[in-house]
Design a protein around this ligand. Structure first.
Ligand code: HEM
Length: 512
């Protein structure tokens, strides 16, 4: 009896020590207030149920800076859009540890010399490489549109499908082939098989990211078994049409002695970041079909653009469109920004490497602890009624010539869905614009009346949230639409005249 009591006492003391070490926290001088929570789970439940509401309530009670606990991890939330630049500039806030956590816990690999690799590989989606990526994407997207209409049963010209299936057959397929090049006929690693399994695997992303073993989720295991059936890295990089990002990153990893399994893991991470653009395409279609005034304004803008363009080229050739042309369309740009505002779920999180006295934009100083995390939560800003009037409404023209304010001061970066580090922002935005421009130009589309869905807040933490449920979509080709060809901004060809747009000399033309 004495022995049992002794064992119990030792067990209780041990548990207490573990609890105090990993979960307990006494607020020190100058540190942010701590939001009270469950003794074991901390604020995990409130956060996962409705993170935006939880952050808004905590801000009202504790101010713009407060510390929450997600299981054993303390996270200081900075809920102030004006302090975004201060967060980005702080040297002791490090993204490397976060990126490693995804690589290790979700995709089971470690990237050697990761900072250098990502820095160099990221150049392959920007500048001149952006055009190469877009050229390839535009080509694959047109092919995917054609294949999708041919393979989907139609009635009176209307093809009927589920919206996820339709956007995966078009957008996902085009993104996949832009990244990895076109698959061979017998490849298991082909867009639709990968889409099906990736979609399933993604449902478990948050659990895996937090460190739960994949063996707990048999469906995720089976999906992963399919996803890893890639051609060898040599086979992929020897494809003529593989992206420069994948060619560079694969060669870098091989040169650093990484295994085929590591390269497969990395390829899946890259697909994972690109998957967000596919999700955006789903939401673009969905919100346009739910808002007739939006689709009407967009189609009018597109028709106008195409009419003006067609006046400067002959009747037979395709209409040429550049990135700058897309950037100039206010309705298109506003719809995309509003869609991203509405559906982003990301936590912009960093590891705190050293004890830090962090100064906010308003001059207030907060002591943050090494080993904790610090985060901004863009959806809390995107849904702040002071910044975005009636944030629960989708307003297609919200971003046209608009400025946004908090505490009566203009916000420099009101849309934070890409964090500060995403190198793919410009590519993702341009792909999404190209997608919706071409869809609305070539097709009429509508979702089945009465069917609705919304961003699934259970998946907060995902950059772009998935829908709560799927809906049916109907689409048919518009008649007499001319094809749109993607062109480099610098060279726009008219008739037989090649015009070089030179930023220093205005326009100079050469007769061919
Ligand atoms: C709608 C589409 C996308 C969204 C919303 C998105 C969002 C994000 C966010 C929030 C981060 C974390 C950044 C931070 O915390 O500061 C990130 C990182 C990253 N994104 Fe994107 N992203 C998108 C598309 C892309 C694309 C198309 C690429 C392809 C190049 C890409 C490549 C990356 C990479 C490589 C990182 C890690 C950067 C690092 O480790 O320094 N993303 N993205």
């Amino acid at each position: 009896m004495v022995a049992v009591t002794l064992y119990l006492a030792v067990a209780v003391v041990t548990l207490l020590v573990i609890y105090i070490k990993y979960f307990g926290r006494k607020r020190k001088e100058g540190e942010p207030p701590i939001v009270p929570g469950h003794f074991l789970f901390g604020n995990g439940k409130a956060f996962s149920q409705n993170a935006v509401e939880f952050i808004h309530k905590s801000t009202a009670r504790f101010g713009k800076v407060f510390t929450i606990r997600l299981l054993n991890q303390h996270v200081t939330i900075i809920n102030d859009p004006h302090s975004y630049e201060q967060v980005c500039k702080e040297r002791n806030f490090d993204f490397d540890a976060i990126q490693k956590q995804v690589n290790n816990n979700v995709f089971s690999f470690k990237l050697h010399d990761s900072k250098k690799m990502i820095k160099e590989a990221s150049k392959k989606v920007k500048g001149q490489y952006l055009y190469a990526n877009m050229q390839s994407f535009a080509h694959h997207l047109q092919e995917a549109f054609d294949a999708s209409t041919e393979s989907t049963p139609a009635e009176n010209g209307w093809c009927k499908d589920r919206l996820r299936a339709m956007s995966s057959k078009t957008m996902f397929r085009a993104i996949f082939r832009t990244i990895f090049g076109k698959e061979k006929p017998d490849d298991v690693f082909e867009p639709m098989t990968v889409y099906k399994n990736f979609d399933l695997f993604h449902k478990y992303f948050n659990f895996l990211w937090l460190g739960l073993p994949i063996k707990l989720f048999p469906k995720a295991c089976r999906a992963l078994e399919m996803l890893v059936q890639m051609p060898t890295s040599n086979d992929i990089i020897n494809r003529d049409d593989v992206s420069d990002y994948i060619r560079y990153s694969t060669q870098f990893m091989k040169a650093h002695g990484q295994t085929e399994a590591d390269i497969i893991g990395h390829n899946l991470v890259f697909l994972h970041v690109n998957y967000n653009t596919f999700r955006v395409s789903y939401w673009l279609i969905y919100y346009l079909t739910q808002h007739p005034e939006a689709i009407e304004a967009l189609v009018a803008e597109i028709d106008d653009t195409v009419r003006v363009k067609s006046e400067t080229c002959d009747d037979e050739s395709d209409i040429e469109l550049s990135i700058q042309d897309l950037d100039r369309l206010p309705v298109l740009n506003s719809i995309l920004n509003e869609t991203i505002r509405y559906t982003s779920g990301v936590l912009m999180v960093r590891a705190i490497t050293e004890d830090t006295a962090f100064t906010m934009e308003d001059g207030s100083v907060h002591n943050l602890r090494a080993g904790d995390r610090v985060a901004m939560y863009p959806p809390a800003i995107h849904n702040d009624p002071e910044v975005f009037e009636n944030p629960e409404e989708f307003k297609y023209d919200r971003f046209i010539d608009a400025k946004f304010y908090k505490d009566e001061k203009e916000i420099r970066n009101p849309l934070l869905a890409f964090g500060s580090l995403c190198p793919g922002k410009r590519l993702a935005m341009t792909q999404a614009k190209w997608f919706i421009f071409n869809l609305a130009h070539q097709f009429d589309f509508q979702t089945e009346e009465g069917q609705t869905c919304c961003p699934d807040v259970k998946y907060y933490g995902h950059e772009i949230l998935p829908p709560t449920n799927d809906v049916d979509v109907l689409y048919r080709r518009r008649e007499n639409r001319r094809r749109i060809e993607f062109v480099h901004d610098r060279f726009v060809t008219f008739h037989c005249v090649l015009v070089e747009v030179n930023p220093y000399r205005n326009l100079q033309s050469y007769v061919l």
